[in-house]
Design a protein around this ligand. Structure first.
Ligand code: HEM
Length: 221
């Protein structure tokens, strides 16, 4: 309990919850990539996931907990840092600050807004753009739902903007996981920075390709 209330403890919570969500972002990108193989592939993938029943719900609940603690501790850390550095613009910082590292709270809150919107759209399926229906094999038609929404230009643009936000958040966030885990020394940190940036670029390109190719009429014509 004391760990959770100390400054180091808060960073560990941020890192651990961030790591689980990072794993989800990797798996979700792999799952979403089945859309490139056509309707049958992504609809079969979605059906397989749904058939896991209670495991899906346990996983969703777990992710929700991770998100909740990540957001709360992120806000706490930001408020604490602000209180500890009232004159932060007067002194030069010891650690190299980047645009991504300075804006973590804002990119984080924007991502939270995107996740709420995204869940209402594709998980709860209540936004007005959502196309509901079954495919020829009687499975829920995820392909038509995703394509139907992402071919609407403003929606595709919201998605690309969210992926740029995710890129900024993770390009600093991933290296922070290594730092908080105590794995980085002066020699290793630059390597972790490169790994973090590389992964963030892969997510940016991989996820953005879906709305961009749908909007361009190349995917899901
Ligand atoms: C082009 C980008 C994306 C597409 C096309 C996409 C598509 C989808 C679809 C179709 C679902 C519903 C799955 C189902 O119920 O069968 C879903 C759920 C979800 N997505 Fe995405 N997604 C994208 C990006 C993201 C990103 C970047 C994040 C996180 C930062 C994210 C987080 C989630 C979460 C948390 C769920 C709920 C998982 C669940 O229902 O168990 N998505 N997404």
């Amino acid at each position: 309990m004391q760990l959770l209330s100390s400054a180091i403890g808060r960073k560990v919570v941020m890192a651990a919850t961030g790591l689980f969500m990072l794993l989800f972002v990797i798996v979700h990108l792999l799952g979403n990539s089945t859309i490139f193989a056509g309707p049958n592939a992504i609809n079969a993938y979605a059906e397989k996931l749904q058939s896991l029943g209670p495991f899906v719900w346990a996983f969703r609940l777990f992710l929700l907990f991770m998100l909740f603690f990540h957001v709360i501790y992120g806000i706490l850390l930001t408020l604490e840092n602000a209180a500890a550095n009232p004159g932060k613009y007067a002194v030069k910082k010891m650690l190299k600050a980047t645009f991504a590292s300075e804006t973590m709270i804002w990119t984080g809150l924007l991502l939270l807004a995107f996740i709420v919107y995204h869940l209402l759209q594709f998980t709860v399926r209540v936004t007005p753009d959502v196309v509901l229906g079954n495919d020829a094999k009687g499975r829920f038609d995820v392909y038509t739902m995703v394509a139907g929404s992402l071919k609407i230009a403003p929606i595709a643009m919201v998605y690309v903007a969210a992926m740029v936000t995710l890129f900024l958040h993770l390009s600093h966030g991933i290296q922070s996981i290594f730092q908080s885990a105590g794995l980085s020394n002066d020699k290793a940190l630059p390597q972790y920075t490169v790994i973090g940036k590389l992964l963030a670029v892969i997510f940016l390109v991989g996820y953005s390709a879906i709305p961009v190719l749908i909007l361009a009429g190349i995917l899901a014509k």
